[in-house]
Design a protein around this ligand. Structure first.
Ligand SMILES: NC(=O)c1ccc[n+]([C@@H]2O[C@H](COP(=O)([O-])OP(=O)(O)OC[C@H]3O[C@@H](n4cnc5c(N)ncnc54)[C@H](OP(=O)(O)O)[C@@H]3O)[C@@H](O)[C@H]2O)c1
Length: 338
């Protein structure tokens, strides 16, 4: 009889309660150029909320094991695999270049085992835990590429971060601080503000109560067209929607608006006058590469980075973690240990 495993499976798009934990999902076996991983930890991202709901233009093959981020131990080798050994501890880059994203187009990390192409494996330094490693790819990897690989933030910059309490957001707060920036972290509750202060933010703004754009103008002065005075140097915005134009308004002349997502809407009202009058740079950033992930694991190994993990949940309770992300109740990451 074919071997089975426990997995969190999406069988049809809908609300989060359509996700099912099953005990009889077929245990994969590695094909040529692949390994089998026993998942040590996986983590959720807002992307999983979109996957469960269904996104226009993305046809998810069902059933699928969700979860993009995972780290674990190699337990079996497919044909022709010589560069990895049973027992190796690995972080997985979820993008399979031939087949698409794991946890969306291919089975992902919310299961006991996962089969992965060797081209997606990154060796883990010895002192990095599975939970910390699995927190990295989609959230911290994206933050690393946006701030460090693209060289967009420098020491002394005033960097205003929207959605600072989330996965990408906490990554941006920590990396911007490491780069020597003055960080203004915006979040939606007093609890999150306290946690962001503890994480190193220099200022916290509850943008449900306070207009963040007006706050920045009051704090740093009105941006000036001729003198480069006033406003902030960088706004990090992966929220979109109603936050887009206010982000343009509080940037100094020559300032940078960084964008890697649009949780609240991808087609916001635009106001081009701010972009040309203040010579603003709008810089997009997408995804991450192995180098971003290795650099982040090296920081953890060196003790200069500690991913913010809100909760570690067993697979049976994993869906509750995704609900918390959807309902904006999370500070940092939700990790699942299958
Ligand atoms: N392009 C890429 O490669 C890439 C990679 C990673 C993520 N992304 C995108 O970046 C965004 C953030 O991802 P994430 O995984 O960091 O999400 P997350 O952990 O859920 O954090 C998002 C934060 O945004 C805030 N927020 C503001 N408006 C919101 C809304 N309408 N709905 C939900 N949250 C809202 C929430 O904080 P408050 O409640 O405190 O406001 C929340 O903590 C997502 O849109 C995601 O798709 C893109």
């Amino acid at each position: 009889m074919a071997e089975t495993m426990k997995a969190l499976v999406l069988e049809a798009h809908g609300d989060i309660d359509t996700l099912k934990v099953v005990n009889d999902y077929p245990k994969p076996s590695p094909g040529a150029g692949e390994v089998l991983i026993r998942v040590g930890a996986s983590s959720f991202n807002y992307h999983d909320v979109f996957t469960v709901k269904g996104m226009p233009g993305i046809k998810v093959p069902m059933p699928v094991v969700i979860g993009l981020d995972m780290a674990g131990q190699v337990v079996a080798l497919g044909e022709g695999v010589t560069e990895w050994q049973v027992g190796d501890r690995v972080l997985v880059n979820p993008l399979n270049k031939a087949k698409g994203l794991m946890g969306e187009m291919l089975d992902g990390g919310m299961a006991e085992y996962c089969r992965v192409s060797t081209s997606q494996l990154i060796a883990m330094p010895p002192d990095v835990s599975y939970a910390d490693a699995a927190s990295l790819p989609v959230a911290y990897g994206t933050a690393h590429r946006m701030l460090i690989t693209h060289n967009t933030v420098k020491a002394g910059d005033k960097v205003l971060i929207l959605g600072a309490s989330g996965g990408v957001g906490t990554g941006c707060v920590m990396l911007a601080k490491q780069l020597g920036a003055e960080v203004i972290a915006c979040a939606g509750s007093a609890e999150k503000m306290a946690a962001l202060t503890a994480l190193g933010a220099d200022h916290v703004v509850n943008y449900r109560e306070t207009d963040f754009s007006k706050w920045a103008i009051q704090q740093y002065g009105k941006p000036q067209r001729r003198t480069y005075e006033g406003g902030v140097d960088v706004v990090i915005n992966f929220t979109g929607g109603d936050t887009w134009v206010p982000s343009l308004k509080c940037l100094k002349r020559g300032g940078t608006l960084l964008v890697c997502g649009a949780t609240a809407g991808h087609d916001p009202k635009e106001d081009l006058r701010y972009i040309w009058s203040f010579e603003l740079k709008v810089i997009g950033s997408n995804s991450f590469y192995d180098d971003d992930l290795s650099a982040l694991m090296d920081m953890i190994q060196a003790g200069t980075l500690k991913p913010t993990i809100d909760k570690v949940l067993p697979l049976e309770e994993a869906a509750e973690g995704l609900r918390m992300i959807r309902d904006r109740e999370v500070m940092g990451k939700i990790v699942v240990t299958p």
